[in-house]
Design a protein around this ligand. Structure first.
Ligand code: HEM
Length: 276
């Protein structure tokens, strides 16, 4: 029996890119820069997983923002098909975000303690990419912009996100255009659930005239559930590595995170389930 030989790919690729900057692959994905960004401050091997996990999640937060921004634009354009496609892409990003917690699954309190003091007051709570996602969901909080006084570009971007309508505002606007009596009122404050919005979603689930919107409601719920799943996995990681000690960002730690994880995203989509 003969063996198929595997062809060797091209090893003398064209030198189209910048001279001296490596393979086309290295240039395209900026490999050297990417692999030069991990700087543990201790000799504890687990610190590298902590830094890489955080960086991976930061990149995925930005990718998710990209998908949700596209979903919001599609809703503004009244293009439900495009909105659903973007939400679906985002859902897969969220699944990877949730699974990314596995990278930290084995970290012991001793390992964590051996580098904790070296990152000082750093906390994921200060993540502007995460905050941007929160604003897109409708969880707005202008006071948090004060964290970015020394980062005027970031602050300006977040201020803009605060002014813009959220993904959920646009979802409600779509329901309004379809004749469901809801009056979305985009605001710079945290979204407050309303009986009108609940009634509109209830009709989506119970009135055959609006049944075509049910997959949209379920897609939003898929998003909401995964936001909470990420928070629950974060909570478990915190419980496992630092128990009930206060957080490096100045919160009470577990108690604060538990409260945050209990807040439902797109609240009416959950509350109406009592009656469906
Ligand atoms: C075992 C590792 C981790 C521990 C012990 C931990 C601990 C904490 C604590 C105690 C808080 C509350 C705020 C504070 O006082 O600091 C917090 C918030 C937060 N952390 Fe972590 N964290 C860990 C890993 C991560 C990673 C890898 C990320 C990814 C970027 C992350 C992102 C966040 C975010 C976004 C918040 C705000 C959460 C919210 O608003 O619900 N954390 N973390």
């Amino acid at each position: 029996m003969g063996h198929d030989t595997v062809e060797t790919p091209n090893l003398s690729f064209g030198r189209g890119g910048e001279p001296g900057r490596g393979t086309p692959y290295a240039q395209y994905v900026r490999l050297e820069e990417l692999h030069s960004l991990q700087h543990p401050r201790s000799k504890e091997p687990a610190e590298l997983s902590f830094i890489v996990t955080t960086q991976v999640m930061e990149l995925l937060f930005d990718l998710l923002r990209h998908e949700w921004t596209q979903a919001r634009q599609a809703l503004r354009d009244d293009d439900l098909t495009a909105a659903l496609a973007a939400l679906r892409r985002g859902t897969h990003v969220q699944d990877v975000l949730v699974e990314s917690w596995d990278l930290l699954a084995t970290m012991t309190p001793q390992e964590f303690n051996s580098f904790r003091a070296l990152f000082g007051e750093a906390s994921g709570f200060q993540s502007s990419a995460f905050l941007h996602l929160e604003f897109l969901l409708g969880n707005k909080n202008a006071a948090l912009l004060n964290m970015y006084e020394e980062m005027p570009g970031t602050r300006a971007e977040l201020a803009e996100a605060l002014r813009e309508s959220s993904l959920y505002d646009e979802a409600l606007a779509l329901l309004a255009r379809r004749g469901l009596g809801v009056r979305p009122e985009p605001s710079e404050q945290r979204y407050r659930p309303s009986e009108e919005a609940a009634a509109a979603w209830r009709r989506v689930y119970t009135d055959p005239e609006y049944a075509a919107l049910q997959p949209f409601a379920e897609a939003l719920l898929d998003v909401a559930e995964r936001v909470t799943r990420w928070r629950q996995r974060h909570l478990s990681a915190v419980k496992r590595t630092m128990g009930g000690k206060p957080g490096s960002g100045g919160s009470s730690g577990l108690t604060w995170l538990r409260k945050s994880a209990e807040q439902d995203v797109f609240p009416e989509l959950w509350t109406i389930r009592d009656e469906l």
